[in-house]
Every structure is written in structure tokens, then in C-alpha cells.
Design a protein. Structure first.
Ligand SMILES: Cc1cc2nc3c(=O)[nH]c(=O)nc-3n(C[C@H](O)[C@H](O)[C@H](O)COP(=O)(O)OP(=O)(O)OC[C@H]3O[C@@H](n4cnc5c(N)ncnc54)[C@H](O)[C@@H]3O)c2cc1C
Length: 414
């Protein structure tokens, strides 16, 4: 008889050990099988996951958002709507400048710059908004062959549209890109509040309209460290010359010869010239500054502005503080209907100063849209959706911070 607590004889011990090994192996196998099964089920679920997306606004940002959606591979149905007709959208003549970052982003979405009217200079692409929108619309239309893509032009997003089309058939994601005057977010009950922040710079804009001039894409001109002789207006220039550090201005001339735009800016300072131009009541001083600057830096082949054509210039009366307004709420979740909403482009953030690069800021905001679509499409529960929204909101805030820090440097000061 064996004593209790005494070790089993050698033959029994071998049996125990092999049983324990067998149990461990089968547990391991079960875990491995479960993991493999879960991974393949998750993989299939991720692979099959598709959402329906509605984009409001077919401006440059809305159209790019629509392209991001169809290229994400996670969209089953895309609806794009704009209150303007196709003709009204495509005749927009303003010129836009796409910077190298936007160009790379758009190339990744299948934009073919070789087949778009425009011109290149220093890796920037200059084209008209209407031409850009037409190109993006044509790419979207090509996707109709393999996806449910509905483009509803001349259709306003309104309470009425919502009641008739969405209430029983909500998309999972709505992208609002209805521009700086858009009111679509109010339709969805999203706060209309904006935060207005200084970019620590002053600026002024001018436009020269000359209907007899050509309307073809034209590279921009930049000039730096400019000073203006304002002695004719009673300013003591000798005192200004002694100032240190010297507050130079940055000038940009852009747009077509027919619609020429000028932007003048400088980092915020309390220098004599800046103070003078900020507080003058004489609006002809600023007009004269733009007049002289244009004639000094314009392209050789375009006509000068002279005393007879001076009335073609419309400009700010004085230097103003450059401010960035950005929405307090740029992403939201409509509880009950389970809809994720994001606000993009000028509907989300807009400057009170035209740098000629407004579209680029809107496109940076879209760099996180594909990730949002992927995460929403593959979300297991609301927690995953909120994580996706939180990441989008973080990115939106980062876009604002980066612009406040560096935006004017890249668009004006270098
Ligand atoms: C005079 C001027 C000159 C400019 N020059 C330049 C330049 O040289 N370079 C540059 O990069 N940028 C320039 N900009 C800025 C540029 O036009 C904007 O940055 C750009 O258009 C913003 O794009 P978006 O798609 O966000 O908005 P938008 O282009 O404003 O598009 C919004 C769209 O939403 C639609 N919409 C609005 N409400 C609704 C609704 N309820 N239902 C359906 N559709 C709706 C509108 O019809 C519109 O088509 C200029 C702007 C102006 C005004």
C-alpha cells in the first residue's frame, strides 16, 4: 500500500506527465484554432465591411472627399450632392494653386494632372476651380461602373431633403463640405460655433479685374522684405529706417491676368510702418501700396496699372489682423440613427485673408478621412466608432495648430 503524500512510483509519474503534456498541447491547439478562426472571421468581416457615404457640397473639397471615399474600398454606396447645377459648378473661373503636398495626395486618388488644363511651377499646379471640379467629377463618374455612385447636382441638402430621403435610410457617414456659407450642419443639429484665433500676422488683399486680359492658368509671383515709401503721407521714413529688426512685407500676386489677386502680409509687429498702415483712415494709401507693388513685380508681358486704370484695383482699406476661424465641432455622432458626421474644407476652417491657397488647407483636413471610413466600416461597436471620431477630431485640431504655426510661412512668407 502507498503512503498518502508519497511520490508516485516511476511508471505512474511518466503517465501523469504525458497526460499533463497532452492536456497542455490540446489547450494550445484549441487556442491556436480559436485565434486562427477569429482572425479569419475578423479578416473576412474587415474585408467585407462596407458603408454608405453622403457628401454634401461638390466644391474642390467635397469632390476630393468623394474620391477618397470611393478609393477607400470600404464604400458600398456614395451620394454626392450640390445645390448648384453642373454648369454653375464648372464655370467657376477662380484660379487655385495646388501645393506639392496636395499634388501628392491627389495623385494617390487617381487625379491625372497631364489631362487637366493648368500649368506647373516649382512643383505647384495652377488651374481653375471649374476645371479641377470637372476633372474630379469625371473620375467619380468612371467609378459608377463598379459602385453605386449617385451624383445629385441642383439638389440642396435641407430639412426637406433629410425628411424625404434620409430619415428611413441614413448613410453611416456624412461629410459636410458645403463651404464657408454652408448651413448644412444646422440641418443636422451640429453647433454653428466657431473659434476665431489670430495667426499673429497682418495682411491686406487686392483684386485687379481686367476683362480684356487672358483667363489662362498663370504661375504666382512672390516677393519678400518689401518696404514702402510713405513719406508723401506724412510718415517719417528716416525714423523707420533706424528700426531694428526691420519689418518687411511679403507680397504674392496670383490668379489669371483677367482676375489678378494680390496678398500682402507681415508677421505681427508694432513697427511704425505696420502701425501706420493698420490705423490709417486714408484708404488711398493701401491702394497706392498695391498699385506700386503690382507694377514693380508683375510679369513683363502683362500691362501696368496706370492712373487711368487705377479704378480696376479694389483693395482692403488698411492692414488687418489675419484670423483663422474654425468650427468648435468638426465631427459628431448622431445617436439613435448611428450616423458619423464630419465637417471639411471651408465649412470647417476659413481665413479672413485670401492666400490663394485655400483649397490646400481643405485637402490637408481630408488626409484622415480614409482612416475614418475604414474604422467606421469595420467597427464592432459604438466604442470603436467613438475612437474613430476621436482620432478624426485630433487630426482636425492638429490641422488648425499647424496652420497657425506654419501656414502663412509656407503660403506667403517663404
Ligand atoms: C474671390 C476668391 C478667390 C479665391 N482664390 C483662390 C485661389 O487663388 N486659390 C485657392 O486655393 N483658393 C482660392 N479661393 C478659395 C477657394 O475658392 C476655396 O478655398 C475653396 O473653394 C473651398 O472649397 P470647399 O470645397 O471647402 O467649398 P466651396 O468651394 O465653397 O464649395 C462648397 C459647395 O457646397 C455647395 N453647397 C452649399 N450649401 C449646400 C447645401 N445646403 N446643399 C448642397 N450643396 C451646398 C455649394 O454650392 C458649393 O458648390 C478663393 C476664394 C474666393 C472667394
Amino acid at each position: 500500500m502507498e503512503k498518502a503524500g508519497a511520490p508516485p512510483p516511476p511508471s505512474l509519474q511518466v503517465q501523469y506527465e504525458s497526460l499533463a503534456l497532452e492536456a497542455a498541447l490540446s489547450t494550445l491547439l484549441a487556442v491556436a484554432l480559436y485565434s486562427a478562426l477569429k482572425m479569419s472571421v475578423d479578416g473576412i468581416r474587415h474585408w467585407r465591411a462596407r458603408v454608405s457615404v453622403l457628401v454634401v457640397g461638390a466644391g474642390p473639397v467635397g469632390l476630393t472627399a468623394a474620391l477618397v471615399a470611393v478609393r477607400s474600398g470600404k464604400v458600398l454606396k456614395l451620394t454626392l450632392l450640390d445645390e448648384r447645377s453642373r454648369a454653375a459648378l464648372l464655370c467657376r473661373a477662380q484660379q487655385i494653386a495646388l501645393d506639392p503636398r496636395s499634388v501628392r495626395f491627389l495623385l494617390g486618388l487617381g487625379v491625372d494632372f497631364d489631362n487637366m488644363e493648368g500649368c506647373w511651377e516649382q512643383e505647384h499646379f495652377f488651374t481653375k476651380i471649374g476645371v479641377f471640379q470637372e476633372h474630379l467629377l469625371s473620375i467619380l463618374e468612371q467609378h459608377k461602373r463598379r459602385l453605386a455612385v449617385h451624383i445629385l447636382l441642383g439638389t440642396k441638402f435641407s430639412d426637406d431633403f433629410l425628411k424625404k430621403n434620409l430619415v428611413s435610410n441614413w448613410p453611416e457617414i456624412i461629410v459636410l463640405a458645403d463651404g464657408s456659407r454652408g448651413e448644412s450642419s444646422a440641418v443636422l443639429g451640429i453647433s454653428p460655433e466657431y473659434i476665431v484665433e489670430s495667426c499673429n500676422a497682418y495682411g491686406a488683399n487686392a483684386v485687379i479685374e481686367r476683362p480684356d486680359q487672358r483667363q489662362v492658368p498663370t504661375p504666382e509671383i512672390r516677393a519678400h522684405s518689401l518696404y514702402f515709401d510713405l513719406s508723401a503721407y506724412g510718415m517719417d521714413m528716416s525714423a523707420m529706417r533706424k528700426e531694428s529688426p526691420k519689418p518687411g512685407f511679403h507680397l504674392k500676386i496670383y490668379g489669371t491676368f483677367r482676375n489678378r489677386y494680390l496678398a500682402l502680409a507681415c508677421p505681427a509687429s508694432d513697427s511704425k510702418m505696420v502701425r501706420f498702415l493698420r490705423h490709417t483712415l486714408n484708404s488711398s494709401i493701401m491702394k497706392n501700396v498695391f498699385h506700386q507693388s503690382f507694377n514693380a513685380y508683375k510679369m513683363d508681358i502683362e500691362p501696368r496699372v496706370n492712373e487711368l486704370t487705377l479704378h480696376h484695383i479694389q483693395c482692403s482699406a488698411r492692414l488687418f489682423e489675419i484670423m483663422l476661424s474654425h468650427r468648435r465641432v468638426t465631427a459628431a455622432f448622431i445617436d439613435g440613427d448611428n450616423v458619423v458626421v464630419t465637417v471639411e474644407g471651408e465649412a470647417a476652417r476659413v481665413l479672413n485673408f485670401d492666400t490663394g491657397c485655400g483649397v490646400n488647407l481643405g485637402l490637408i483636413g481630408l488626409e484622415s478621412t480614409e482612416e475614418l471610413i475604414y474604422k467606421v466600416a469595420t467597427a464592432m461597436d459604438q466604442h470603436d466608432i467613438f475612437e474613430a471620431l476621436a482620432a478624426k477630431i485630433r487630426h482636425s485640431k492638429q490641422v488648425v495648430e499647424d496652420f497657425k504655426q506654419n501656414g502663412l510661412f509656407t503660403t506667403m512668407f517663404e
